[in-house]
Design a protein around this ligand. Structure first.
Ligand code: LLP
Length: 421
């Protein structure tokens, strides 16, 4: 069941009316459903049942400690991209043996810390990083386990800013270089090769893209093994797209008509690649972020003003691009719905924030039920890459975060105050 739903014209999260949460904690406010997070973990684990695997949650998607604790409690591992994420992951209960470390620019101190903690593996992104890692591991007398990240040059059809494959991408090493680099790695005394890693990008909704990458991975592993490089595990990364359009429906709400996303599930994407990857008899690692937390969160905001010019209607809300930057940065779509539905007509509006930037918007030319000053809106599916990308731009304190669990709700991070700025 969906944890966000309309009942008697009000939007609920689990067993709580969201309007009451907005009134109690104020807006802008991120609200998460505990059940949704747990269910998403479980669906992924069920899709991988019977497969030797480890799912490492990509901490960058949502690094709230309470959320990390929940996911760690489901026995998942973690993928981190900085020392900060690594410290938070460990403190939240992820065991280092289940933590991978990704990123093109790992600093020496970050590598040393990760070596001291004896993490599962480094996803190595360049030859120079490999040599540096070997040197630091040698000094610390702690061998480093590695996956070499391969850039498969597969076009993923997602936004260019969240595409991580292709010739002009800083991520991974070119496929033509893999064998040479791994031959070199085999000779490095403090490096232990575990396998290869691929992460194509994020919010990839096309099954064929993943299938193509899985075939390339299988071919590469076969080739490497034939050349005497033992590959024990493959890390297939994350990037599994989620439904954003028409996420929630009600007879009063316009439907966006984006059919394609309706059948999209992480489970289906995973199920299409697992049989391919299993051909090589490797343990399979995945690093999903968005697909675990995106649907679990909403951003609540209050309408400050309506403003009309001869051609456009602006709904000015109290959340801004500093609270949720995805629409401004990637022109991402997030469904926006009123917390209380009234019997009113729909209108075409721009939903914009209060910041001094023309790019400060959540939706342009969007058909929505008419809302007035003082009403609340919910920006849907903002559990991933929402709060983590927030900033203090325009000296705006970050919003609070609340977790709903059945009929309970508790603050899981306090609203910042102006005097903390
Ligand atoms: N593994 C690696 C190495 C990554 O770089 C990422 C995300 C993931 C896993 C998790 O990918 P996911 O399953 O969440 O798609 N801020 C952007 C998304 C950036 C993704 C960065 N890397 C957005 O809001 O869409």
């Amino acid at each position: 069941m969906r944890e966000f739903y309309f009942k008697e014209n009000e939007l609920w999260c689990e067993n709580v009316v969201l309007k009451l949460i907005a009134e109690r904690f104020g807006t802008p406010l991120y609200v998460y459903s505990k059940r949704s997070i747990l269910d998403h973990c479980q669906h992924i684990e069920e899709a991988l049942r019977g497969v030797d695997h480890l799912s490492c949650y990509a901490v960058k998607a949502n690094a709230n400690r309470s959320i990390l604790r929940l996911i760690a409690g489901k026995e998942l591992g973690a993928d981190v991209g900085s020392i900060g994420e690594l410290v938070l992951a460990i403190e939240s209960g992820f065991t280092p043996e289940k933590i991978t470390f990704s990123g093109v620019g790992k600093r020496d101190d970050e590598i040393e810390y990760a070596l001291e903690k004896n993490i599962l593996a480094f996803n190595v992104e360049s030859e120079e990083e490999l040599i540096t890692l070997n040197g630091l591991a040698g000094q610390l007398k702690r061998p480093a386990r590695i996956f070499l990240r391969v850039n498969f040059d597969v076009s993923s059809g997602t936004h260019p800013y969240i595409t991580t494959s292709g010739k002009h991408s800083k991520f991974g090493v070119d496929q033509s270089e893999v064998k040479r680099i791994l031959f070199r790695a085999q000779k490095l005394p403090s490096i232990e090769i575990i396998g290869i890693h691929s992460h194509l990008g994020s919010q990839i909704t096309d099954q064929e893209t993943f299938i193509h990458a899985a075939h390339l991975m299988v071919q590469l592993v076969d080739d490497l093994r034939r050349n005497g490089i033992p590959i024990k595990e493959v890390n297939f990364g994350g990037g599994f797209g989620v439904q954003y359009h028409d996420y929630i429906s009600d007879p009063h709400l316009p439907q966006d008509g984006s059919i394609a996303e309706k059948t999209l599930t992480t489970v289906a994407l995973l199920e299409s690649v697992i049989p391919i990857l299993r051909q090589i008899n490797c343990k399979i690692i995945i690093q999903p972020g968005r697909s675990i937390v995106a649907h679990a969160g909403v951003l609540l905001t209050k309408v400050l003003y309506r403003k009309q010019n001869p051609e456009y209607t602006f709904i000015i809300v109290d959340a801004g691009m500093n609270d949720l930057i995805r629409p401004s940065l990637y022109q991402s779509y997030h469904q926006i719905v009123p917390l209380a539905i009234r019997d009113v007509d729909c209108e075409v509006v721009d939903v914009v924030g209060p910041l001094c930037e023309a790019g400060d918007f959540f939706a342009l030319d969007r058909t929505m039920p008419r809302v007035n000053r003082g009403e609340y809106l919910s920006i849907m599916c903002t559990g991933a890459y929402g709060y983590v990308l927030s900033s203090n731009y325009n000296c705006r304190p970050r919003p609070a975060e609340v977790m709903v669990d059945g009929t309970n709700c508790e603050i899981i991070s306090e609203r910042e105050l102006v005097d903390q700025l």
